[in-house]
Design a protein around this ligand. Structure first.
Ligand SMILES: [Zn+2]
Length: 203
């Protein structure tokens, strides 16, 4: 539990210092057995202390103590549906959020790196009120099909085999969203040819 708490603090600080989250936005969690360690409600992710983090039972959703992030429902959904996932990052990075507000889908196939880290598709989760069961249900429909998501008119989610993996994926997602935005501004660029995408993904 202690290691998971230290990881949440470390990656929270990295997200904040690299400008991937701001103010008190976003929330991150790590699985520890039957429990998850998650950031508390309304805190800056760059200034967390391990003792502030909240432990929540994944099956029941009950917090051991304290007030967990308002987005606890969708973090629970991820761990319930994906036994291979042990870390979840949700933030509102500027280019992901820009595309999510503009209704523009991410195109991972712009670069080989995008395909390898993000997979063939980055689904967009339809809008639902933050913190709601509706939002958790909307993510539940998509979570088995990808490891990175835009959230319509809201932000982004990434998951990984551990929190480090989820963090790297989020960084790549935001890099890709910026690249795609700049290609749109230049009115140039596009996905790699389908044969090359298949070669990279080996399917
Ligand atoms: Zn959010």
């Amino acid at each position: 539990m202690k290691q998971a708490a230290m990881d949440v603090v470390r990656y929270g600080r990295l997200l904040y210092e690299r400008g991937l989250t701001n103010g008190t936005g976003g929330n991150i969690s790590a699985r520890v057995g039957e429990m998850m360690v998650i950031t508390p409600s309304g805190t800056c992710k760059g200034m967390l202390e391990p003792t502030e983090l909240v432990t929540v039972d994944i099956a029941s959703g009950k917090a051991v103590s304290g007030t967990p992030s308002m987005e606890t429902p969708f973090h629970l959904t991820v761990y319930q549906e994906r036994k291979d996932v042990n870390g979840v990052v949700h933030v509102h990075p500027r280019f992901c959020t820009l595309l999510a507000c503009a209704g523009i889908e991410i195109i991972p196939g712009l670069t080989p790196e995008g395909l390898m880290v993000l997979g063939r598709h980055v689904p967009t989760v339809p809008y639902a009120t933050p913190g709601s069961q509706d939002l958790a249900s909307a993510l539940r429909q998509k979570i088995k099909h990808a490891d990175a998501f835009l959230m319509e008119s809201h932000g982004a989610i990434s998951v990984g085999k551990d929190l480090k993996d989820a963090y790297y994926r989020l960084e790549t997602l935001e890099f890709h969203a910026e690249l795609q935005y700049r290609c749109l501004m230049l009115n140039k660029g596009g996905p790699l040819p389908e044969a090359e995408i298949k070669r990279i993904l080996r399917n």
